[in-house]
Design a protein around this ligand. Structure first.
Ligand code: GUN
Length: 292
């Protein structure tokens, strides 16, 4: 069994990006600038956005964090998005999800300039992705592809089962794994809350990508010997023995599933750090496009 070490690979990628930034600086050009908008004070979202900003510093990017209160109106958020769309200093930006209930997420995603949409959530970019056109690929699926690529995990002709159909992970992942190319060329089954006999499906999978958010959902008896397991779950579970009062638990019962898997991502240290690395990569790409 091989651990798909997202922490290590994401560090490699950050080093590669930092080297690119150094070249940009050596030429006397403006370094990439990522902005993030966060609305409200959800603890997990604040942590993720904080990690994104810290990662920018680590590779030499400029970053701007826009914090807006929980009572922000949709109009106020749309105005802020317009400002970032028009700001020539900003190469790319994200609006951290989820948003408070008074704000319509679809309207927000549509308001982001597709050329600055480094999350790849705008319908233009999502459509381009589905049509194999060059675009921003959502960071978590992009990170999973990169991890499979760097470990040389064969995906061609394999049966990939994706668990969860979220717009951020499951849905794009199912499209990307079935695309022509590497990683891709898989036969994909997308499972969700209405799927019947999920064990029957997962136990036939060569590759399982679980993005459900249910701790320890995927058990050893649901997995065939030699399967590749990618765990996207990052649920906070109360744990008084930890300094923060919680620990992060994945969708996969790691202790037992890892005994059967050929490759497996740990939680933490698997997909999570890859997401951040690929957001940086998309920002670098946005800067290149911006300067063309
Ligand atoms: N919330 C959970 N994951 C993500 C992500 O990749 N991007 C944004 N904007 N919000 C998220």
């Amino acid at each position: 069994m091989t651990i798909l070490d997202g922490k290590k690979v994401s560090n490699d990628i950050k080093n590669e990006i930092a080297a690119e930034v150094q070249k940009i600086k050596d030429k006397g050009e403006k370094v990439p600038h990522l902005a993030a908008i966060i609305v409200g004070n959800d603890g997990a979202s604040l942590t993720y956005v904080g990690s994104k900003v810290k990662a920018c510093e680590r590779v030499g990017f400029e970053s701007t964090l826009v914090q807006m209160s929980n009572t922000t109106s949709e109009i106020e958020l749309l105005e802020k998005i317009k400002e970032l769309n028009e700001d020539p200093e900003i190469d790319g930006f994200i609006v951290q999800l989820p948003l408070p209930s008074q704000i319509n997420e679809q309207k927000v995603l549509l308001a982001v300039n597709p050329d600055k949409d480094v999350d790849g959530f705008h319908p233009t970019n999502f459509g381009k992705m589905a049509l194999d056109m060059s675009t921003f690929i959502p960071a978590t699926p992009f990170g999973i592809l990169e991890l499979l690529d760097r470990y040389g995990v064969e995906t061609k002709g394999k049966h990939t089962v994706v668990i969860g159909r979220s717009h951020i992970v499951g849905r794009p992942m199912s499209i990307l794994m079935g695309r022509k190319g590497f990683p891709g060329n898989s036969t994909v089954t997308l499972t969700h809350s209405h799927t019947k006999n999920i064990t029957q499906i997962t136990s036939q999978a060569d590759i399982i990508i679980s993005a459900l958010g249910v701790p320890n959902f995927l058990k050893a008896e649901m997995v065939k010997d030699g399967a590749v397991i990618v765990d996207v779950g990052i649920t906070r579970v109360a744990d008084e023995t930890r300094p923060r009062g919680y620990r992060i638990v994945g969708d996969v019962d790691f202790a037992n599933v890892s005994e059967k898997a050929s490759y497996i991502t740990p939680v933490p240290g698997g997909v999570g750090p890859m997401t951040i690395a690929m957001l940086l990569k998309n920002t670098l790409l946005a800067r290149e496009r911006h300067n063309q």
